[in-house]
Design a binder for this molecule. Structure first.
Ligand SMILES: [Zn+2]
Length: 377
């Protein structure tokens, strides 16, 4: 048996309609679910009957959103059930449930930190607790969510291990990930964010040990540098990789940002490759449309990054970097899925299965799912 666009269309229409949430939603009536919304969790269950995935007829958008902020920087969020519906309608079946590593004070009137320079944006457990409560009481039926701790302030690490214990006492068994946490994020420096120093990184030891014991990956935002000094902060991530070689570390956005849009692809790829080769527990998160918009535009760059992803097929994680603030909509989410899937269509079959269809993510978390094989012509 093989799944084709036509064979799952009917099923998909039924599932698609049934999963639309009732009530106050922001899914525009004139914006249709993405073609990938016909995919179901059953297609990712191992067994003799597991069908292959026909790349000729099935979509090439990712199935794993490993980087989804269910909580906004400040102000009202889109409701949890609605964010779940966004994913269902985009063919995203697996997601990390991130809080946010930089919350603005609730009474500041700020939604986005860059619109409120001068207002401190501090990590907090508030959003982690809200996410945990939502997941504990409303586990979605058609999507697998992985709950993440986003509270740590990496520049002030003394209480992180203890707070992990508190969260585990409140919601035992639910926490499987840490991040996105900020080691250095230039965009936040106007909001009192300070980069962690080498001595701060040494003081991560207690919580990094806890993460290893619980087999929890940690996703770290660490800017590589800026357009003026492209590798200004590289030594910080290098220190983390050297000091904690046994931790499962995900370097989000491959170190790229709005502040670094001019590093040549071959140089960037060489820097990343060197670290992937040296640190077997390191993975890269290729989320955030800033990367696609700045680095996946020319044919030369597209070919270079596609070859890079083919080579490191089991070290790459997909996702949107969506932030569920009240002004977002399904249209925004769906577009972020498509833009962040830019290169996935061009991957070879092995990388397509590991990256687009999620096998690298399932292996990382030891999830009881299996990406379908790609159908052979
Ligand atoms: Zn993010």
């Amino acid at each position: 048996m093989k799944f084709t666009g036509a064979s799952v269309l009917v099923l998909g229409l039924v599932v698609g309609c049934a999963t639309l949430p009732a009530g106050d939603t922001n899914i525009a009536a004139d914006w249709d679910p993405l073609p990938a919304s016909t995919r179901t969790l059953d297609m990712f269950k191992a067994g003799p009957d597991q069908a292959c995935y026909d790349r000729e007829t099935m979509p090439a958008t990712f199935v794993v959103d490993s980087h989804n902020h269910f909580r906004p920087f400040g102000g009202k969020s889109r409701p949890y059930s609605e964010v779940v519906a966004y994913m269902e309608n985009s063919g995203v079946l697996f997601a990390n449930m991130y809080g946010i590593g930089q919350s603005l004070p609730w009474n500041s009137g700020c939604t986005y930190y860059l619109d409120c320079v001068g207002t401190p944006a501090d990590p907090s457990i508030k959003n982690d607790m809200i996410n945990a409560n939502n997941l504990a009481n409303h586990k979605p039926e058609h999507i697998e969510l992985t709950l993440s701790m986003t509270f740590p302030d990496l520049a002030n690490p003394s209480d992180i291990a203890e707070t992990m214990d508190t969260l585990n006492e409140e919601y035992p068994g639910l926490w499987k990930w840490m991040g996105e946490v900020n080691l250095v994020k230039q965009a936040l420096m106007g909001n009192d964010h300070e980069a962690a120093t080498l001595s701060d990184i040494a003081n991560w030891a207690p919580f990094m040990a806890k993460l290893r014991a619980a087999d929890m990956p940690i996703a770290i935002h660490s800017d590589l540098g800026s357009n003026d000094d492209q590798t200004k902060y590289l030594h910080l991530m290098d220190e983390v990789l050297e000091r904690y070689p046994e931790n499962k570390i995900i370097w989000v956005h491959m170190g790229l940002s709005k502040e670094l849009t001019n590093i040549p692809a071959d140089q960037h790829i060489a820097l990343m490759s060197e670290r992937l080769d040296k640190s077997p527990s390191l993975m890269l998160d290729i989320t955030w449309r800033v990367i696609a918009d700045n680095y996946f535009q020319t044919e030369k760059n597209k070919a270079a990054y596609t070859a890079f992803f083919n080579k490191y097929y089991d070290r790459i994680l997909t996702g949107t970097d969506f932030v569920a603030s009240f002004n977002k909509s399904f249209e925004v989410y769906a577009e972020e899925v498509e833009v962040n899937s830019t290169l996935l269509e061009d991957l070879d079959d092995r990388a397509f299965r590991y990256i687009t269809l999620g096998q690298a993510y399932f292996d990382l978390l030891d999830l009881p799912y299996r990406a379908p094989d790609v159908c052979r012509a």
